[in-house]
Design a protein around this ligand. Structure first.
Ligand code: ANZ
Ligand code: ZN
Length: 966
């Protein structure tokens, strides 16, 4: 028996009973109906819309998988970047589903924020209505992409049922003293009387809206104490090494910015007295080389001296408009510092009194706002010294430990350079000479500490607490009530949510400042603590607070008692989003998750001391989508589509001059006329072609150059597959070993006896096996290579298309091989092109199930998504034996010289194989494709020679010898 199904014996016999053997007549390859991609798209979307479970029925109780893409801001229309990210997450979610997981793939809306409020201010539109309308539009567009989301869990951050819990989160933080109020410098627009975010201040320091010069004013603001979690935020990044891109990890590390070093205190004499100035340094070993001190513009000493020094005052005023990397400085007259080392040793080479500068390169908010300047060993100090010291010599106090690598000062002919590496302390360092940088630095700090508390070990972080206050209407109100006698009082739990007062759009039109301050009725309330008259806090929260926990809300969206779902907490398995969120959003979400893990709401098994609480186990950050951009080569002006003749897609012309435009790919923007509207694209090509094209055009993390003219490649592929399906449908018409149930457990079908299959069948099986391996591996482990999934699937399709199997299969053996390979291919394809794969699946099975089911001819074909993901077909030893058998040895000559010979899978037999004239074009293509995939082929035909530049390829000896001329 050639065909065996792993079915209960009773069923099996029944099956066999129905087996009809047809004579081995080659089914004629009839031209199938034209494949109408748009009709297929429409048919399946309609079907899924009426019955969402018909597509991806939930698999309760199974192992869970949480696939999430960063939720969008409801701006009104999806752009190509959205299509890219949601296609990727949809593919991964569908894949996990077919692998048998209970998949959570939800979608929501990051729905608070400025654009809605601006629409209200500028056009009198109600922000809530504006937002809802946009959400409705974008939801339609998401459906059009063919993405399947758990819409029953949909959330929007602007709905009171969501922000009630954002407010709870705020109060939980407040209770633990992790939300606090403090004065902070903010951007203030004096015309609009409003606080601006940094992004709303233009390069000239003016308000983007009123154009007024923005002022820095000190206002009381709310902060979250994210710095309390800095150690865990840094250390736990190590646990993400396998799941997150290295680039994002290092951006996070840099943002946290931990550095270890020392505080060193310098005695400073100024006209009005003596001071101690503390600096932070990571290189105490360079203390002998200090040649100046530099203070930030906001250092207390500088601020005080400026009161009596008009020159200094005017320097400070002009400094704020200097470029960021400026090396200008102002030397403070009559101010001198003493190197604390002079208290330890009398060292003649130590500079006895040190000038003190004010320098914009010293940051006010970092360390102590003061720097010990070491020009010999720090590049910035070096540049500063050269500009401000008036050619004074530079002292070098650390040298390279190896004699071969000399101090840069001595070795370079184009003048001295700073030696910035660690090394050994030089002879000028008195008793520290000869010590390594680390040892010397430690000893210097210890000695200075003992001598007179001149130094301490210290560490510094770049991370600052998170300023969450916004003086804006369209955000989550801060749930605090200010009482004259009790101070700030939390709103009691049973009074949540504090809802935004309804300010109709017209009420906001042309308004200045924060509308909540004038919402009289809402503003005045009574103190929850003493009952006296009190006022609500009028700030709303940064929208990053909403997005710092939304992913937890999806897990149990109707849980009112505990929104941070104790029984449900499950980190996101794969999180997909743009690299622009690599720092802030991810950091804030990690912080809030860690905070919640320390609360009693979190399940103990996930918050124990040995647990690393991280919300996103794997992170895929996708690159941007760039659009094809045309410009006039003579002027550089961007050209509108109406100015171009694009009738020949490979040779565009500028209308009028009939000259060729410059073509490039750039970030899509209105001013470059290079935007692409996803909806019109889907209307033209169907969502499956758009999805496949997006995935194929670039690896996930790289920039995708959107070139619509290449989408035709996908259409050709689909048509080729359509033809294979149509041919096979006829050949498999009497393949009666299937019923509805077996279609749902396809992986249980046993292969025929491999010693009895033909070479053609063997090579098709091998390709199917290899494709299953590589596609599964990519989707499981390496989704960055989704583009290779598409190329693997097209190759697999081509192999089937050039084989005679689809048209000729007629014995149970060949039918089984054909059916297994074909059903594998369709299942591998299903996550990527769900409608198309469903159509092909139905078309194929329609015929088979109808012919095999005599009792009920109207059998419904089970959805392709109810079938399992294909498992490997062959064991390793079977692969080996098939390769050896089906293999074909080919000798390859490069420019007439024999370079290598290798074994490739045998080409499928085609009609012309027996032709004396030699191999057919199809066979030649087969041989070359496989040669190029071998190690030797890659070396000789791609690396050492450029395959694209080959001049001639001759295949002789029935394909046993290939000669390539470059
Ligand atoms: C002397 C020195 C010598 C330094 C040397 C470096 C190399 P990270 O690693 O980023 O923490 N620094 C300290 N406070 C600063 C401020 N407010 N603005 C600008 N620069 C500041 O950098 C620490 C180093 O940056 C410190 O170590 C200090 O320069 C400078 F060969 O001190 B160093
Ligand atoms: Zn009170």
């Amino acid at each position: 028996m050639l065909l065996q199904l792993a079915l209960p014996r009773s069923l099996r016999t029944r099956q066999w009973g129905r087996f009809v053997f047809r004579p081995a007549v080659r089914a004629a390859s009839t031209t199938p109906q034209r494949l109408d991609l748009l009709a297929v798209d429409k048919k399946w979307k309609n079907r899924w819309r009426c019955d969402p479970t018909a597509q991806l029925a939930k698999k309760h109780g199974k192992q869970k998988a949480y696939v999430l893409s960063m939720f969008p801001y409801p701006s009104g229309t999806l752009h190509m970047g959205h299509v890219r990210v949601y296609t990727i997450s949809d593919v991964l979610a569908r894949f996990k589903h077919m692998k048998g997981y209970d998949v959570l793939h939800p979608m929501g809306w990051d729905a608070f924020g400025l654009p809605a409020e601006n629409a209200a201010i500028e056009r009198g539109i109600d922000p809530a209505q504006w937002t809802m309308q946009n959400i409705a539009n974008m939801k339609e567009q998401l459906r059009a992409i063919g993405a399947h989301f758990d819409w029953d869990r949909e959330l929007m951050t602007c709905s009171p049922s969501f922000y009630k819990h954002t407010q709870r989160l705020f109060l939980m933080l407040h209770k633990r003293d992790l939300a606090y109020q403090a004065k902070a410098l903010v951007n203030y627009d004096p015309v609009d009387k409003t606080v601006l975010a940094n992004e709303q201040v233009d390069a000239n320091g003016c308000s983007w809206r009123s154009g007024a010069k923005v002022e820095k004013v000190e206002l009381k603001q709310w902060f979250f104490r994210i710095t309390a979690f800095k150690e865990a935020l840094l250390k736990d990044l190590d646990s993400l090494t396998d799941g997150w891109p290295e680039r994002v990890l290092s951006m996070q590390r840099h943002w946290l910015g931990k550095s270890s070093g020392a505080h060193i205190r310098f005695l400073v004499s100024a006209p009005d007295g003596n001071y101690n100035i503390q600096v932070f340094t990571t290189r105490p070993d360079t203390l002998h080389g200090v040649q100046y001190l530099a203070l930030s513009l906001t250092h207390p000493l500088v601020v005080r001296l400026a009161n009596s020094n008009p020159d200094l005052k005017s320097f400070l005023d002009s400094a704020s408009s200097l470029p960021e990397d400026t090396k200008s400085g102002y030397r403070l007259p009559d101010v001198l510092a003493v190197n604390p080392l002079s208290s330890l040793e009398t060292n003649s080479s130590l500079q006895s009194s040190i000038p003190v500068f004010v320098a914009p390169y010293v940051l006010g908010e970092y360390g102590e706002g003061a720097v010990m300047g070491v020009p010999g060993h720090d590049s910035r100090d070096f540049a500063f010294w050269n500009e401000n010291s008036g050619s004074q010599p530079i002292s070098f106090v650390v040298k390279s430990p190896s004699s071969t690598e000399q101090n840069s000062a001595e070795s370079l002919s184009d003048g001295p350079q700073p030696f910035t590496k660690k090394g050994v302390l030089a002879d000028t360092c008195g008793s520290y000479s000869g010590m390594s940088s680390d040892e010397g630095g430690m000893k210097i700090v210890a000695d200075l500490k003992n001598k007179g508390n001149f130094a301490d070990n210290a560490e510094n972080w770049r991370l600052r607490d998170w300023l969450v206050s916004r003086q804006r209407y369209w955000g989550t109100p801060i749930p605090i009530i200010h009482c004259g006698s009790c101070g700030p009082v939390p709103v009691p739990d049973d009074q949540l949510p504090v809802e935004l007062p309804v300010v109709e759009g017209a009420g906001l039109k042309g308004k200045q400042g924060n509308p909540l301050e004038s919402a009289e009725e809402w503003l005045h309330t009574s103190c929850p603590s003493c009952g006296g008259p009190a006022q609500r806090d009028t700030d709303t929260m940064d929208t990053f607070v909403d997005s710092s926990w939304y992913f937890m809300r999806f897990l149990d969206p109707s849980n009112e008692a505990n929104p941070f779902s104790p029984s449900q907490v499950h980190p996101v398995d794969v999180y997909i989003g743009g690299i622009e969120h690599a720092i802030l959003h991810l950091l804030y979400a990690r912080f809030i998750y860690k905070f919640l893990a320390t609360s009693e709401l979190f399940p103990k098994e996930l918050s124990g001391p040995s647990m690393v609480a991280e919300p996103f186990l794997k992170l895929l950050s996708q690159g941007m989508v760039h659009g094809k951009t045309y410009s006039d080569p003579s002027t550089g002006r961007f050209l509108k589509p109406s100015e171009l003749d694009l009738s020949k897609s490979d040779a565009p012309l500028i209308k009028g001059t009939q000259t060729a435009p410059t073509v490039s790919f750039e970030k899509m923007s209105k001013s470059k006329y290079n935007g692409v509207d996803p909806t019109s694209c889907i209307d033209t090509y169907g969502s499956d072609a758009v999805r496949a094209h997006i995935l194929f055009s670039a690896p996930v993390s790289e920039v995708l150059e959107w070139d619509e003219s290449k989408i035709v490649g996908m259409e050709r592929w689909f048509n080729r597959l359509w033809r294979v399906i149509s041919d096979s449908r006829t050949s498999l018409g009497n393949f009666s070993s299937l019923n509805e149930e077996t279609v749902k457990s396809l992986n249980d079908i046993t292969l025929p006896d491999l010693t009895k299959i033909s070479d053609d069948e063997a090579s098709i099986l091998l390709i199917a096996h290899d494709t299953i391996t590589s596609v599964s591996h990519c989707l499981d482990e390496m989704p960055y290579g989704l583009n290779t999934v598409i190329s693997n699937l097209t190759k697999f399709t081509n192999a089937l298309a050039s084989s005679s199997l689809p048209t000729s299969a007629s014995t149970p053996t060949s039918q089984t091989v054909l059916y297994i390979t074909l059903s594998s291919l369709l299942r591998l394809l299903a996550p990527i092109t769900p409608a198309l794969a469903s159509e092909f699946w139905e078309h194929l099975h329609n015929n088979i199930l109808k012919s095999s089911n005599t009792t009920s001819p109207s059998t419904a074909v089970p959805s392709i998504f109810s079938s399992p993901w294909p498992t490997l077909l062959l064991s390793e030893s079977e692969v080996q034996s098939l390769r050896a058998r089906g293999g074909k040895t080919v000798a390859v000559q490069i420019n007439g010289k024999l370079r290598f010979s290798t074994v490739i899978p045998s080409p499928p037999t085609t009609e012309t194989t027996s032709d004396k004239k030699g191999p057919s074009e199809v066979e030649k293509a087969w041989i070359l494709t496989h040669l190029l995939e071998t190690e030797e082929g890659k070396l000789w035909m791609k690396e050492r020679n450029d395959w694209e530049k080959r001049r001639r390829v001759i295949v002789v000896g029935g394909g046993k010898v290939v000669n390539v001329v470059f």
